[in-house]
Ligand binder design. Structure first.
Ligand code: 13P
Length: 255
C-alpha cells in the first residue's frame, strides 16, 4: 500500500450472515477495537441490517456499506433495493459485482456497469469486484479476464468519477476456500489493474484508485499482503465476522 497516494480501506463483506441484533452485537465489539485505526474501516452488511448498523456505528470511525444496489431510481423490480434507499439510510459504500453475484445471480459486466454508475450518481462509493476463476488462472488468461472486466465494468465512467471508485481484486478460487493468493500473485494482478487504469484514464487516476485484495485474507496473512505496493486494503469475508480477526487486519493496515 502507498498511503501517501491513496486511501487504505479495510472492508468487511458479511455476505448473508448476521441478523440485525447479531449485527448490532458484532459492530459493538468491533468499534472499540478499531477506534485508533489509521485507515478507513467499513462493514458491508445485509440490507436488513443496514439501519441498525448505521445507528450502532454513529460517533465511531466505522462506515457502513451495502452488498448490492439496483440501477433504477424506483419501479417494478420486486426484491431489489435502490441507491436512493441506501443513501437515505446513511450508507457510504456499496459492493458491486461480487463473484457470488456473478456466479449465482446472473450478474454481468453490463449490469455491474449500470449499478456502478447509479451508486456514483447517488454520491456513494462503489467497491467493484473483479477476478478470475481457477480455470482461467490455470489457462494463464488472468490478465485478459480482469482487463476485460475493467473495460466493460467502467465503460462510460469519467476520470473524475473513476477516482471515486474502489476496486477489489478477488480471485474467485481464493474466496471462502482458505486458498489465499500469495502476496506476489496479489501484487501482480493489482499492479496490472493499476497499469490498465493508467491506459484507460491517466497515471494520476491510476495512482489515486484504492485497489483492495480479497480472498481468504485473515489476521495471519494480512500484513504481508498489505505490505505490497499496489495492495491498498482488503475486502474480507469470513474473518470479518470475528471481531478479533477483523480488528487484527485493521491493525495490520495501520503499520
Ligand atoms: P473470504 O474472506 O471468506 O474468502 O471472502 C472474500 C470475499 O469474497 C470478500 O468479498
Amino acid at each position: 500500500m502507498n498511503k501517501a497516494l491513496r486511501k487504505v480501506i479495510i472492508a468487511g463483506n458479511w455476505k448473508m450472515n448476521k441478523t440485525p441484533s447479531e449485527a448490532k452485537a458484532l459492530l459493538s465489539e468491533i468499534i472499540p477495537l478499531v477506534k485508533d485505526a489509521d485507515c478507513e474501516v467499513v462493514a458491508c452488511v445485509p440490507y436488513v441490517d443496514l439501519a441498525v448498523a448505521v445507528e450502532t456505528v454513529k460517533g465511531s470511525n466505522i462506515k457502513i456499506g451495502a452488498e448490492n444496489a439496483h440501477w433504477a431510481e424506483s419501479g417494478a423490480f420486486t426484491g431489489e433495493i435502490s441507491t436512493g434507499m441506501l443513501k437515505e439510510i446513511g450508507v457510504d459504500y456499496v459492493v458491486i459485482g461480487h463473484s457470488e453475484r456473478r456466479q449465482y445471480f446472473g450478474e454481468t459486466d453490463a449490469t455491474v456497469n449500470l449499478r456502478t454508475k447509479a451508486v456514483l450518481a447517488a454520491g456513494m462509493t462503489p467497491i467493484v469486484c473483479v477476478g478470475e476463476l481457477k480455470e482461467e488462472r490455470e489457462a494463464k488468461i488472468t490478465e485478459e479476464i480482469v482487463g476485460k472486466q475493467l473495460k466493460l465494468d467502467f465503460a462510460g465512467i469519467s476520470a473524475d468519477n473513476m477516482k471515486n471508485i474502489v476496486i477489489a481484486y478477488e480471485p474467485v478460487w481464493a474466496i471462502g476456500t482458505g486458498l489465499t493468493a500469495t502476496p506476489a500473485q496479489a501484487e501482480e494482478v493489482c499492479a496490472f489493474i493499476r497499469e490498465t487504469l493508467a491506459k484507460m484514464y491517466s497515471k494520476d487516476v491510476a495512482d489515486s484508485v484504492t485497489i483492495q485484495y480479497g480472498g481468504s485474507m485473515n489476521d495471519t496473512n494480512a500484513a504481508e499482503l498489505l505490505s505490497k505496493e499496489d495492495v491498498d486494503g482488503g475486502l474480507i469475508g469470513g474473518a470479518s465476522l470475528v471481531s478479533s480477526k477483523f480488528s487484527a487486519i485493521v491493525s495490520a493496515a495501520n503499520a
